[in-house]
Design a protein around this ligand. Structure first.
Ligand code: IMP
Ligand code: MG
Length: 181
């Protein structure tokens, strides 16, 4: 596949993503043996990761979706988090595993986790594909991380800039000229 002209370089190839997601699935499966977790996928960025991770999880599980916005079309979080779509399932007494594409400032996840904890799940853990630790503003405890990455704006494999590039099969660094950086 040819590199998209707005992408500066590939950070993780399709193959690398596949391998890492399988490893994460194996680890989660061991930790949740005998349980039936509810995977809470945070839309929209996590849909591809969720689909792949779920297939790598040889375990009975459920999936539900939630969406929040803090962004607009910029490249950094506003700190204001709005719930756009709530879960369908009741998570009280359930083992919840939250799936997120990328942990950046931590604003989105810290407020979503607060909200979920109020519903009294039996347990709640967080699984992120990508983490940008340098950018953290709010502390968030992560239990499973795919990759730690440097402070760069990335797209592909579900991740967007201004709703574009989600369909790229790899994760690449977006050219700063695209967002006027
Ligand atoms: P936070 O609230 O700053 O942690 O932002 C988390 C959300 O910002 C993620 O769910 C993504 O939607 C978005 N985001 C943060 N960094 C990136 C990036 O490098 N590429 C694409 N989206 C990002
Ligand atoms: Mg997102």
């Amino acid at each position: 596949m040819e590199l998209h002209s707005d992408v500066e370089s590939v950070l993780f190839t399709e193959e690398q993503l596949k391998t890492r997601v399988k490893e994460m699935g194996a680890e989660i499966r061991r930790d949740y043996a005998g349980k039936e977790p509810v995977l809470v996928s945070i839309l929209r960025g996590s849909f591809m990761f969720t689909a792949d991770l779920m297939r790598a999880l040889d375990l009975p599980c459920k999936v539900d979706f939630m969406a929040a916005s803090s962004y607009g079309s910029g490249t950094s979080s506003s700190g204001q988090v709005k719930l756009i779509k709530d879960l369908v399932e009741d998570i009280e007494g359930k083992d919840v595993l939250v799936l997120e594409d990328i942990l950046d400032s931590g604003n989105t996840l810290s407020s979503l986790l607060e909200l979920l904890k109020e519903r009294k799940p039996a347990s709640i853990k967080l699984c992120v594909l990508l983490d940008k630790p340098e950018r953290r503003e709010k502390p968030v405890a992560v239990h499973y991380t795919g990759f730690s990455i440097p402070d760069a704006f990335v797209v592909g494999y579900g991740l967007d800039y201004d709703e574009k590039y989600r369909n790229l099969p790899y994760i690449g660094i977006l050219k700063p000229s695209v967002y006027g950086g």
